[in-house]
Ligand binder design. Structure first.
Ligand code: ITT
Length: 191
């Protein structure tokens, strides 16, 4: 069983591989040239769009992740625009920090939607996970990717970037999404 991972983000790919390994699927990366425009207005819509388009184009099962940071004081921004909030991770982090410069309310959540599509593009499974936290005033830690250095999780007293990978994998939005998905994904194989 082949499963095409429909992402161009190496940080995501690394984490998705960790959840999917040992499930008996052979993972392959989508061709770099195959890019999907994210026209949806929700994480779930965009995850389905990416999985479905890549599945149809390759004729294989495909899995996609659409995720992002939603900050309460910014009315949920950057949200589905998280990847488009700046040129580099550093730019995107700086923009969030600037926009929150005077904000006392630092509450935020990470959201992750995962979709799996059949070779004909039909969505077989979809799920969403969230992780709540707070936006720090200055970045901390060097692990992870993206907005991790400014996302602080009070229950663990660490930012995502300070967590060992296996801890982030447990508590993160992606971890929550995969927790819901994995039993169903195992079912799919025996269908
Ligand atoms: P693909 O669409 O090719 O998968 P992308 O990076 O464009 O890659 P998204 O459109 O889903 O993916 O954008 C997600 C954004 O949210 C991007 O800026 C990520 O860095 C950020 N993000 C998602 N999950 C994250 C995590 O676990 N830690 C930090 N930042 C994260």
């Amino acid at each position: 069983n082949l499963l095409v991972v429909a992402t161009g983000n190496p940080g995501k790919l690394r984490e998705m591989q960790a959840y999917l390994e040992d499930l008996g699927w052979e993972l392959i990366l989508k061709p770099e040239s195959l890019e999907v425009e994210e026209t949806g207005s929700t994480f779930v819509e965009n995850a389905c769009l990416k999985a479905s388009t890549v599945a149809k184009a390759t004729g294989q099962w495909a899995i996609a992740d659409d995720s992002g940071l939603a900050v309460d004081a910014l009315n949920g921004a950057p949200g589905v625009y998280s990847a488009r909030y700046g040129q580099t991770d550093a730019d995107r982090i700086q923009r969030v920090l600037n926009e929150l410069a005077k904000a006392a309310n630092r509450q935020a959540k990470f959201v992750c939607a995962i979709a799996i599509a059949r070779p004909n593009g039909e969505i077989a499974l979809q799920t969403q996970g969230i992780c709540r936290g707070e936006i720090l005033f200055t970045p901390r830690g060097s692990g992870g990717f993206g907005y991790d250095p400014i996302f602080y999780v009070p229950s663990h007293n660490m930012t995502f970037a300070e967590m060992p990978p296996e801890v982030k994998q447990q508590v993160s939005h992606r971890g929550q999404a995969f927790k819901a998905l994995l039993p169903q994904l195992t079912q799919l194989r025996v269908e």
